[in-house]
Each structure stands twice: as structure tokens, then as C-alpha cells.
Design a protein around this ligand. Sequence first.
Ligand code: ZN
Length: 151
Amino acid sequence: MQLNETEKLLKREFLKEEKERVKKLYTTKHKEGFKTEEDFVKWYIGKIKEQDYKCFYCETSIFNIRELIKNKKLKTRKTGYGERGRVLEIDRKVNSNGYNEKNCVLSCYYCNNDKSYILNSEEYKENFGKNREKYFSKLLNKLNKNVSTSI
Ligand SMILES: [Zn+2]
């Protein structure tokens, strides 16, 4: 019960943060698929809930990814746009198509960075996403083991 409340709070805080961050991402390239900044933010928040806070490809929760980053099991990358790793990114399933509701999914930085424009997104999910999920789970399990043995 208590854990549930903590999780709810965590998600609420996360969404609040994301709304502010995603607003700033809205640029000309998004205008065709999302008429206004408000439409864009609304889509993003809806999508993150629909995907249950998980990467479309490896289906790892962004909270688990943050846990791995915090414990230095994963590295982030600093760019002009901010730090890549701690948030889900907007990925176009077909790169030659624009930013719109049909073509966009939310991906972790690690999948997004790895997925090349020559790969079909469904094939990527099936073959590489699943392996990444296994790898992330292994890291998380090790982490949890370490936590329990240190108590
Ligand atoms: Zn991923």
C-alpha cells in the first residue's frame, strides 16, 4: 500500500517535470504533426502513460534506467539539448516520415542511439530491444542483490 503511494507520487512528480521539459522541445519540425505546443505536450504525456513509462523497444521503465544511472551502471551523454539517458526520447519509427502521432514512439536513449536509420523499427524491437531488456534486467538484479547483501 505504502509502496504504491510512493510510486504514484514519483510518477506525478516525473510527469510535472516532463511537461516543462517537453514544452521546450517543440520546434518547427514538429508543427506538421502537432499543431500547437500544447498538442505536442499532451501527446507526449499521453504516450508515456500508454507505454507505462517504458521504452518502446526494450520495454525497460525509465525509473529503472534512472536507477542504473544513479548507481553508475549506465552512462549518460551531455549534449547541447541536455543530458541524454535520464529521459525517454521521441523516436520516429520511419525516419523518412515526419513527427506525428502515428510515426512517433518514446524510446530510451540507449535504444534510440543504437537503432540505425537502416533498421526497420519492428525488427529492431524484436531482435535488439529484447536483448537490451535482458541486459538491463541483469544489471538491475545485480544491483538489488548488492543492496540486500549490504544490509
Ligand atoms: Zn530502450
